[in-house]
Design a protein around this ligand. Structure first.
Ligand SMILES: [Zn+2]
Length: 339
C-alpha cells in the first residue's frame, strides 16, 4: 500500500484527511526527537504523585495501593475559579471557569507505564474511569467528562508518574460535540450507530486490525490522521465506559494494554501518545447513538521524527498524513507483545 495518495473521509469528524504517503520518504533535515531517556526510579521523593509525598497544595498523598484519584492541585476549571469577572468587551462573552479537574494515578510505582501494568491493574483503572464518569457526570453542572492522558515529554508531560487527567466541565468539548451530532445523524439516516458501522467495516476489511476479541478490538482507522493513530473500543456500541459489564471491561483492558505494548515495541522505546476517551456528554439528553471508544494519537511518525501540526492542520483545520494507515497497522501487527 506504500505510496497511497488520496483523500479519505473521517465520518466521526466529517472532514477529509489527505493521505499523501508518497511524501513519507522525502529528505528530512528538520528536528528529530531522541530515543527514551534515563531509567526512572520506582519511587521519586520529588514526585508530587508518589505515595506518601506532599503535593504542591500541602496535602500529603496516602500510602495508596493501586489506583488513586484526587482533585488536581493546578486545576484549569474548578470551584475556586473567580466568580467575579471583568465584563467581556463589546460583543464578546465570558463566564466563570466552573467544573472539576482530577488526576488519576495508575499505580504507586513511579517508573511504570500503562503499557507495563498487568491486566488486572489496567482493569482496575477502567473501573475507576467508570466510577468517575458516573460520579462526576451525575453533578447537575457537569455536561461532559473528558478523560485523557498525555504521555511523553514531546506532548508536554510535566511528571512521568503514570497518570491521566479528568476534566468535568459545564460545556461539551468541541470534538465530542461534533461527534455527537454526527452519530445522531448517522443513526437517524441508517438505523445503525456510526460505531457499529465503523467496527463492521474494519472487521470485514481486516487490513488495519490489531487485536480483536469477542468483546473488544483495536484498529488503525481507515481515515487515521496520525501515523499510528489507533481506536480501541468495545465491540458493542455503548454511550460510555460506564455501560460496559465486567466481561467487556476486562476485554477492553486486555486490548488497550496490548495496543500500548505494540507502541512501545515498535521502536523499542516508551512511545509517546495522547489518549482520550470519547464518551457521550452527561447533559441529560439521550445519547444512544454515541459509540464510546478510546482514541490514541501518537505524535511520532518515525523513530525520532515528530508529526508537526502546521499550515494544513493549524492554519486550515484539516489533516495531511504522510503515511498510509494500512502500512502503519501492518507495522503495529508485527510489533506483537509477548503472548
Ligand atoms: Zn511518582
Amino acid at each position: 500500500m506504500s505510496g497511497v495518495w488520496e483523500q479519505r473521509w473521517h465520518p466521526f469528524r466529517r472532514e477529509w484527511v489527505v493521505i499523501a504517503a508518497h511524501r513519507d520518504r522525502r529528505p528530512w533535515i528538520g528536528e528529530t526527537v531522541r530515543h527514551g531517556g534515563p531509567a526512572l526510579p520506582a519511587y521519586d521523593p520529588r514526585c508530587t504523585f508518589c505515595p506518601g509525598n506532599r503535593r504542591s497544595s500541602g496535602v500529603r498523598n496516602p500510602d495508596y495501593a493501586g489506583v488513586f484519584a484526587f482533585d488536581n492541585d493546578h486545576p484549569c476549571v474548578g470551584p475556586d475559579a473567580p466568580a467575579e469577572l471583568q465584563p467581556a468587551p463589546g460583543s464578546y462573552r465570558n463566564r466563570r471557569a466552573d467544573g472539576l479537574a482530577r488526576v488519576v494515578c495508575y499505580h504507586p510505582r513511579h517508573d511504570l507505564r500503562l503499557a507495563s501494568l498487568d491486566v488486572a491493574a489496567v482493569d482496575a483503572l477502567l473501573a475507576c474511569w467508570q466510577q468517575q464518569y458516573r460520579e462526576l457526570g451525575a453533578r447537575p453542572a457537569v455536561r461532559h467528562v473528558l478523560v485523557f492522558e498525555n504521555n511523553g515529554e514531546v506532548v508536554g508531560v510535566s511528571n512521568p508518574h503514570p497518570h491521566c487527567q479528568i476534566y468535568a466541565t459545564n460545556f461539551v468539548f468541541k470534538t465530542i460535540e461534533n461527534e455527537v451530532a454526527h452519530c445522531d445523524e448517522h443513526l437517524a439516516a441508517h438505523g445503525r450507530t456510526l460505531w457499529d458501522d465503523c467496527v463492521r467495516t474494519e472487521l470485514d476489511d481486516g487490513r488495519r486490525l490489531l487485536d480483536v476479541e469477542a468483546d473488544a478490538l483495536a484498529f488503525v482507522p481507515y481515515f487515521a490522521r496520525y501515523a499510528y493513530e489507533t481506536f480501541v473500543g468495545p465491540r458493542r456500541s455503548v454511550a460510555s465506559i460506564a455501560a460496559l459489564d465486567d466481561v467487556e471491561r476486562l476485554a477492553l483492558a486486555r486490548v488497550l494494554r496490548a495496543t500500548l505494548q505494540r507502541f512501545d515495541r515498535l521502536f523499542d522505546m516508551p512511545f509517546p501518545y495522547v489518549m482520550a476517551l470519547h464518551q457521550a456528554p452527561t447533559d441529560g439528553r439521550d445519547h444512544a447513538a454515541f459509540g464510546f471508544h478510546v482514541e490514541l494519537h501518537p505524535p511520532l511518525r518515525r523513530p525520532g521524527l515528530l508529526k508537526y501540526l502546521a499550515g494544513p492542520e493549524i492554519g486550515g483545520g484539516s489533516f495531511l498524513s504522510d503515511t498510509c494507515p494500512e502500512d502503519k497497522a501492518a507495522e503495529l501487527r508485527a510489533a506483537a507483545p509477548p503472548a
